[in-house]
Ligand binder design. Structure first.
Ligand SMILES: O=P(O)(O)OC[C@@H](O)[C@@H](O)c1c[nH]c2ccccc12
Length: 264
């Protein structure tokens, strides 16, 4: 469980020459009773870990698709406590790591010690807290460390190299490289920039580097994975699951994890 489980599963996937793939799903979207089936489905499709979002009323870092999923989940009555309780009911059945993505406020309301204890009871392996700046991590860091729960850090393209280095050296489990991809125009230059950004992080990071934000196709997954260890896909997966297009989710995952020669 915890940090060690992420380390060993990622290591064995990489040793088998696979790209890592971490889908993001919103807990409680479609009702919490769907959670168990969705986690099993994603596991069977070959994911490396699952990033599980906790819905929050003020999700400052979420894009429109994730916000809408959060609204649906909140409407269905989803709470952090409720999600942890459901996770606890099938902890022994899971073979891929669960990484909770939650804003800091629900953690403070829960209580840091209580929250981290519940993570252990529920089999949560890691956490991502997007609105907690590096300068203010002290409060949660010790509680997580004591329980061997991976504390995954986010790197940004705008950070100077020194800061990237510092963030990379602190991250546990993996490093989340926020890599906003170009939508239209200047595509080539943009992708060159992402490439060197990922290579810089790779150079400094003792843990695998995964690129996230704006990844929605197998082609993009391959392009990014060529410069790091794999990708995180949120909005696309959330949309496909919401539309019950499970086959497309499976195709995306299976295609992305396969290494192929890509020409940039
Ligand atoms: O949706 P995208 O573009 O595929 O990107 C993943 C992202 O949504 C997911 O990891 C995420 C959801 N909420 C966040 C808040 C901060 C950082 C990352 C996230």
């Amino acid at each position: 469980m915890g940090k060690n489980r992420i380390d060993s599963i990622f290591k064995s996937k990489l040793a088998a020459d696979e790209n890592l793939f971490v889908p993001y799903i919103m807990a409680g979207d479609g009702g919490l009773d769907k959670l168990k089936d969705r986690i099993h489905f994603l596991t069977d499709s070959g994911v490396s870990a699952i990033e599980l979002g906790i819905p929050f009323s003020d999700p400052v870092a979420d894009g429109p698709t994730i916000q809408a999923a959060g609204q649906r989940a909140l409407k269905a009555g989803t709470t952090l406590k409720g999600v942890l309780e459901v996770l606890a009911t099938f902890k022994e059945e899971r073979s891929v790591p669960i990484i909770l993505m939650t804003y800091v406020n629900p953690i403070f309301i829960y209580g840091i010690e209580e929250f981290t204890d519940a993570c252990v009871t529920s089999g949560v392996d890691g956490v991502i807290i997007p609105d907690l700046p590096m300068e203010e991590e002290d409060l949660v860091r010790d509680a997580l460390q004591k329980r061997e729960i991976a504390f995954i850090r986010l790197a940004a393209m705008t950070s100077p190299e020194e800061r990237m280095k510092e963030i990379a050296s602190r991250s546990e489990g993996f490093l989340y490289a926020v890599s906003v991809m170009g939508t239209t125009g200047a595509r080539k230059a943009h992708s060159e920039e992402v490439k060197s950004y990922l290579e810089t992080l790779k150079k400094h990071s003792p843990v695998p580097v995964l690129a996230g934000f704006g990844v929605s196709s197998v082609e993009q997954a391959h392009e990014l994975s060529a410069s790091c260890d794999g990708v995180i896909v949120g909005s696309k997966i959330v949309d496909l699951l919401h539309e019950s297009k499970d086959d497309e989710v499976r195709t995306l995952i299976e295609g992305s994890v396969k290494k192929e020669n890509v020409r940039l």
